[in-house]
Design a protein around this ligand. Structure first.
Ligand code: 15L
Length: 267
């Protein structure tokens, strides 16, 4: 089996590589920056917005794990080009090559302006907190279209916070451990149909449903709670009324990310 991983040099790609290595499996690592392939790996330096390069990258591929794109808020033109058009180019190249399974790295920020509840359901209606979040909503919409129109199996992962360990108290709720991320990727790569699944570990303070994840065979094993004492000693108890905990997207909802501020910041 050959899996094309876009954005392979990014944070999630780097954490997944060793965890997804298998005998008889080739990981084809694609990024705009060069990646040094290890055993069982191939590397392609290419831009996900380049249709010709993506068509070439699909040769001999059984499944795509699309992690490429900006991972934080950016000016609209960049989100449109890389995150939205890039996802279209990846899906279209996959379709033309007859690739059956595509996994799309969406984000909790597709629904970031929803107030926190005890457990947000699967398929929570989009409520993006940023242009970045809008890009993830568009990604999910494109995945849905390519499933319904062309029959691709597409699983969209609304990833929480995927880091080696939770960095601040919000992540006691939103953390997706690297091992659980690999478990989720494995389940998603063989799932049939179309799914939108929360990418979160079995955190005691979790805000999101695990039902749809479990329905496709994802069983998370980690719990951020083991870091709670240390994080709370450092940062204090989470304030349920503070933006970081009151809205699903946390600090992505803050006014500093308003378009005027963003444009000024980028100039
Ligand atoms: C994301 O979608 C970002 O890519 C990542 O950098 C984190 O900020 C994460 O969400 C989060 O919500 O913690």
């Amino acid at each position: 089996m050959r899996i094309l991983v876009t954005g392979a040099a990014g944070g999630i790609g780097t954490q997944l590589r060793p965890r997804m290595a298998r005998d008889g499996r080739v990981l084809r690592l694609l990024d705009v920056v060069p990646v040094e392939p290890g055993p069982g790996e191939e590397a392609i330096t290419a831009d996900i917005t380049d249709p010709e390069a993506m068509a070439g990258a699909m040769h001999g591929v059984d499944a795509v794990l699309h992690l490429g794109g900006h991972s934080t808020e950016q000016p609209w033109a960049d989100i449109l080009d890389v995150n939205i058009n890039g996802t279209y180019v990846v899906l279209e190249a996959a379709r033309q090559a007859g690739v059956q399974h595509v996994v799309l790295a969406s984000s909790n920020h597709a629904a970031g302006f929803h107030p926190r509840t005890a457990e947000a359901p699967d398929y929570l209606f989009p409520r993006p907190d940023t242009f970045y979040g809008v890009g993830k909503v568009a990604m999910e919409a494109l995945g849905s279209l390519y499933h319904d129109r062309y029959g691709l199996a597409v699983t969209c992962l609304r990833i929480g916070s995927c880091f080696p360990r939770p960095k601040e108290p919000r992540m006691l709720s939103t953390w997706l451990s690297p091992d659980d991320c690999a478990r989720l990727a494995e389940a998603s790569l063989v799932a049939e149909g179309f799914h939108v699944v929360w990418g979160v570990s079995a955190n005691t303070r979790r805000w999101w449903s695990l039902e749809e994840g479990r329905a496709i065979g994802f069983e998370p094993k980690d719990d951020a709670e083991v870091y709670a004492r240390e994080l709370i000693a450092q940062h204090g108890e989470p304030d349920p009324d503070a933006m970081a905990h009151a809205l699903l997207g946390g600090s992505f909802c803050r006014p500093e990310l308003d378009v005027d501020n963003l444009t000024t910041r980028k100039r």
